[in-house]
Design a protein around this ligand. Sequence first.
Ligand code: AMP
Ligand code: TRP
Length: 335
Amino acid sequence: MTKKRVFSGIQPTGNVHLGNYLGAFKNWVARQDQKENYFCIVDLHSLTVPQTPAQLRQETLSLAGILLASGLDPDKCTLFIQSHVTAHAEGCWLLNCITPLGWLQRMTQFKDKAARQESVLTGLLDYPVLMAGDIIFYDAHEVPVGDDQKQHVELARDIAQRFNAQYEVDFFVIPEPVIPEAGARVMGLDNPLVKMSKSLAVVRGHAVRILDEPDEIMRSFKRAVTDSGREIRFSDDPEKAGVNNLLGIYQAITGQSRDVVEAAFADARGYGDLKVRVAEVTIEALAPIRKRYEELMADPAELGRLLAKGAEQATAVAQPKVDQMKHMMGLVLPQ
Ligand code: AMP
Ligand code: TRP
């Protein structure tokens, strides 16, 4: 039986946090045996907002270290840097030429990000087309992501379908988003009404970063915003968003059901106890990652070799697909 093909990506913009881990790459690691996997460090996506060049280079390699330290196995998945596989940028242009502008102007992430900037780059609008190419040039069936990327994966489906309809072929596989039951939307510890994000991770007490020291993690959880009540249960009530978030983190880390999680806290002595216990399971989950990360980063030559191998494997899939597209769209391929 052939394995389902999986593609996902993450931006090398630093401050990789618990939301990224629980919403995305913990699940990449967990299912890597059952799938044929492509995981991409999407550096071209990061360029859609201003970056400091030296920092972007450093964060790109650091992210590769974090992903490998979290358990991605280079023998079971292809891990690569997006800009190393030129088919992504090349194919993005081809997709641009079949994608209506209106589809991009409707994207909520674009509207949010554009509203927060004085000068909006063209690349920011085009971001979801680049992402669609990432996925469909690999004929990926499944795209494991956090909740915030669902709309982008749906756009990838629309673009794939439009190409297939326009050229009257089943050329692209239509991908499905795969969103985890717990951890799909980890909220800020300082404000449980906003999503935990890399850009807010510089604010004290907002995020738990994957590489944070244990006492820093404990401190962040102890400061977490809750409510004035005492009830420890899952809830959609915005008043209880803080407690709900802490329970959701505990659930995603331990892999237990909601009922089991609530039962585990039946004997808790108030929110203080809840915070400490969530911090403890988080510290326990992240400690081995931090240790392995240090080891991996001590050998940059090996890391470079792994990424070069990944780029070669990815190119072997994506470039022929893009070449075929070029031919279908009427371009003459070089002899
Ligand atoms: P990004 O940080 O935007 O590159 O996101 C990388 C992956 O992490 C994507 O699959 C996102 O959906 C996921 N992600 C980002 N923030 C969160 C969050 N607060 N909760 C859950 N998943 C998240
Ligand atoms: N836009 C995604 C994010 O910020 C990252 C991404 C780029 C991605 N290309 C992708 C995710 C392809 C899944 C598949 O989270």
